[in-house]
Design a protein around this ligand. Structure first.
Ligand code: ADE
Length: 417
């Protein structure tokens, strides 16, 4: 197998971490056991472009157990965990991923996975699909379909489909309730705080913690920061989101106002230029800025560089910018996903459900993809309930069932007050 990883000797350490994740991913493990018997992905060649973490390794093992051949690259230059990529390579997967790759190496790695002539693509951020469409459009006719993991990727693919530019069907994994309502909220909330703490070890209690964007990810960050005693401030552009934040007890203001009072900032908007030069210049001395959105454009670091006279690394994933006005601003993980670059990403328990959706998405495409339209498809809502039921059972929880009378009542429009 053709692979490129940083240090193959890290494989045993990676395997231990993967085992740890497997013990916390009961849904995916159950799907794996079933798939070993039925081999629903037999004959499929899957190219994946998604963060190389222990949880992703559990997904890769499951895809292989279901009969697929797999080739992989990371979907962010800073998120690959080198011990995991070594373990995956050691298990016979073609993987091209190491921590700290350059932009050129990042796209080179994606192209290596395409050399494998995939029949299915699995994305987080849509870089693999974009590469097929922009550089290798002739490959699209042999690709049955793809899946997309994240909010930003789905948004862009829907825009592409609307323009008639999408050449094969894509399933929006992000839009599964068992993905966005868990991974985006609780996963992002915990792992982003984890990244900030690992990179700084600052006390969150009493700090003014500014969250830009009160979508699902921002809500998770705000909720967890509040739980650790921070005073949370939210900035927004959508009135309904802002109002939800107010009713949750958070202060809402513009970034121009928040920049002056924040101690710690996190962007979770999916939009560029959330924090720009005038914001950096008005920040308090010692302010800490980070991003948890998929792309690294939310903090305008070119602006910050222009406003600075000195930059030095003061801790891993923590760079001190000394501004020309004398104040210091600390940027975590170079403005890339702080939860994956400075910590380990979302915990296994939530990735279990996200990746169960990925796995079932691949199985559906293998079965039905050839007859699906080249647009963005939602997952079947029954899949959400199946995944949630397996998860509940694994947690040892039981729920009630409607009685026949209740089921009848639910659809009875003849009964009023
Ligand atoms: N995205 C966020 N957390 C992740 C994780 N642990 N593994 C893969 N992708 C992720």
């Amino acid at each position: 197998m053709n692979s490129k990883v940083k240090n193959p000797s890290l494989a045993p350490q990676g395997r231990l971490k993967i085992e740890w994740a497997e013990s916390r991913m009961p849904v995916l493990m159950k799907l794996r056991e079933e798939a070993k018997k039925t081999l629903p992905l037999k004959g499929m060649r899957i190219a994946g472009c998604l963060h190389v973490t222990k949880e992703t390794a559990v997904l890769i093992r499951t895809l292989k157990a279901a009969g697929a051949e797999v080739s992989w690259s990371g979907c962010n230059p800073l998120s690959t965990q080198d011990d995991i990529s070594a373990a995956i390579a050691d298990e016979g997967v073609s993987i091209f991923a190491w921590h700290g790759m350059s932009k050129e190496e990042f796209y080179w790695a994606i192209e290596q996975t395409l050399a494998f002539k995939p029949t299915l693509t699995l994305d987080d951020g849509a870089d693999l699909i974009f590469t097929v469409h922009s550089k290798f459009p002739q490959m699209a006719k042999d690709i049955i379909g793809g899946t997309e993991e994240t909010t930003t990727g789905v948004h862009r693919l829907r825009a592409m489909a609307q323009d008639g530019a999408l050449k094969y069907p894509v399933i929006a994994i992000n839009d599964a309730e068992t993905k966005w309502d868990f991974d985006n909220v609780y996963g992002t909330g915990q792992s982003s705080i984890d990244g900030i703490v690992r990179a700084t070890n600052v006390l969150l209690g009493g700090k003014v913690f500014v969250v830009a964007g009160y979508g699902h990810c921002g809500r998770g960050c705000a909720m967890r920061a509040k739980g650790m005693g921070a005073r949370v401030v939210v900035t927004e552009i959508t009135p309904t989101h802002a109002l939800k934040a107010v009713l949750e007890g958070f202060e809402v203001m513009t970034m121009d106002q928040a920049a002056k009072i924040g101690d710690i900032f996190i962007t979770a908007t999916g939009m560029k230029d959330i924090i720009v030069q005038r914001h950096f210049e008005s920040m308090k001395d010692g302010a800490i800025v980070s991003n948890t959105g998929h792309y690294d454009c939310e903090l305008n670091l070119d602006d910050l560089k222009k406003a600075s006279k000195n930059i030095r690394e003061v801790r891993p994933n923590n760079e001190e910018y000394t501004l020309k006005n004398g104040k210091k601003v600390y940027v975590l993980a170079q403005g890339r996903l702080v939860n994956l670059a400075a910590a380990e990403g979302h915990p296994s328990e939530v990735m279990d459900m996200s990746f169960a959706n990925q796995f079932l998405g691949m199985v559906r495409l293998a079965k039905e993809g050839k007859s699906m339209k080249p647009i963005v498809h939602d997952i079947d809502p029954a899949q959400d309930q199946e995944i949630a039921s397996i998860k509940l059972a694994a947690l040892g929880m039981s729920i009630d069932k409607l009685t026949p009378e209740q089921a009848k009542y639910a659809n009875d429009y003849s009964a009023g007050t």
